[in-house]
Design a protein around this ligand. Structure first.
Ligand code: G3H
Ligand code: 13P
Ligand code: ZN
Length: 333
């Protein structure tokens, strides 16, 4: 058993309380490899933004959970080397699907875990989340629960339609489980294809596709029922069209990929939404830079020559999110 405190990590409690008061949100960026982690830490250190490093089931299968946890420990030291004296870094399990998995993450030094029981019948979700909270809280590890189902693939379960969070359930869920934050469903979804072009309208000024509105009324109702309680938004990539165009220009074949407009996320960040999950945008930024390097420098075969530009492009993206979308810059001085 190792405590995250020995690794220089922090849990989400104070971070979320400050974010709600301050009207900003904490970025939760997924990482699977060294380049993503370096880019996240550099962007966070240079902007002095608190940050949540997320490890998904896919990441654990790809890179190994133990290795990722040691990388996160290294990330704290790297942040200090970059001149961030008091890094505020959370190591978080994204979409945990069992008590055993959450326990193993708590035991190996994660400072926060998500137990995603959103696909279970309500009472089973309550019981599972409560069990994880009871274990995690013994070690001051914070727990995110989820109510409502996001459309698309979530936790390897696929749902065709959203089931928005029922505001009538949130007080009962938060009280009975004791969870520290709650992911809700208001129309966001995972991946780069959140909406079809048929669902969108065209903005006459910019020519951009505008998706159907998110259910901000559900968010407002949840906030009214649970004033000051930390709310989490999954599936919050904006799918930057310049990255999609670069990918397609240099040999990619992405269909019309449409994400959540950044202005909507900026609005959400001012509310009780204090954690915003972004993964797909980083994948797009990485792929765009790699494809461009391959196309423009076909004789290059040193991985550093294409992973380096990919890392730079991700760092730019993370800084943009921190400064222009979430407003978390300068909040971890
Ligand atoms: O929740 C979804 C995240 O983007 C993680 O996806 O399981 O493919 O790593 P993944
Ligand atoms: P995106 O696919 O929109 O980046 O969402 C990521 C996420 O919610 C991770 O849990
Ligand atoms: Zn998610």
């Amino acid at each position: 058993m190792v405590s995250y405190k020995e690794l220089g990590l922090v849990n989400t409690r104070d971070m979320f309380a400050k974010a709600i008061k301050g009207g900003y949100a904490i970025p939760a960026f997924n990482f699977n490899n060294m380049e993503q982690l370096q880019a996240i830490i550099k962007a966070s250190a240079e902007t002095k933004s608190p940050v949540i490093l997320q490890v998904s089931k896919g990441a654990r299968n790809y890179a190994n959970q133990t290795l990722l946890r040691y990388m996160a420990e290294g990330a704290v030291e790297y942040a200090k080397e970059l001149g961030w004296e008091k890094p505020q870094i959370v190591l978080h399990l994204d979409h945990g699907d069992s008590f055993e998995l959450c326990k193993s993450c708590v035991d190996m030094g994660f400072s926060s875990v998500m137990i995603d029981g959103s696909h279970l019948p309500y009472e089973e979700n309550v019981a599972l989340t409560k069990k994880v909270v009871e274990y995690a809280h013994q070690f001051d590890v914070t727990v995110e629960g989820e109510l409502g189902v996001l459309a698309g693939v979530e936790d390897e379960v696929s749902a065709e339609h959203h089931t928005y969070t029922d505001p009538e359930e949130v007080v009962d869920f938060a009280t009975r489980t004791g969870c520290d934050s709650l992911a809700i469903s208001i129309g966001t979804s995972h991946g780069a294809y959140k909406f079809t072009p048929e669902q969108c309208t065209i903005d006459s000024k910019t020519g951009r596709m505008v998706p159907p509105p998110l259910a901000f009324d559900v968010l407002k109702a949840v906030e009214a029922k649970l004033p000051g309680f930390p709310i989490v938004l999954h599936g919050s990539s904006s799918v930057p069209q310049d990255e999609v165009e670069t990918i397609n220009k240099f040999g990619g074949a992405l269909k019309a990929a449409i994400g959540i407009p950044e202005e909507w996320l900026r609005e959400a960040a001012k509310s009780a939404v204090c954690k915003i999950n972004i993964d797909s945008d980083s994948r797009l930024a990485m792929t765009a830079a790699i494809r461009q390097t391959f196309a423009e420098k076909p004789a290059e075969f040193d991985p550093r020559k294409y992973l380096g530009p990919a890392r730079d492009n991700m760092e730019k993206l993370y800084k943009h999110k921190i400064i222009n979308v979430l407003g978390s810059d300068g909040k971890a001085l």
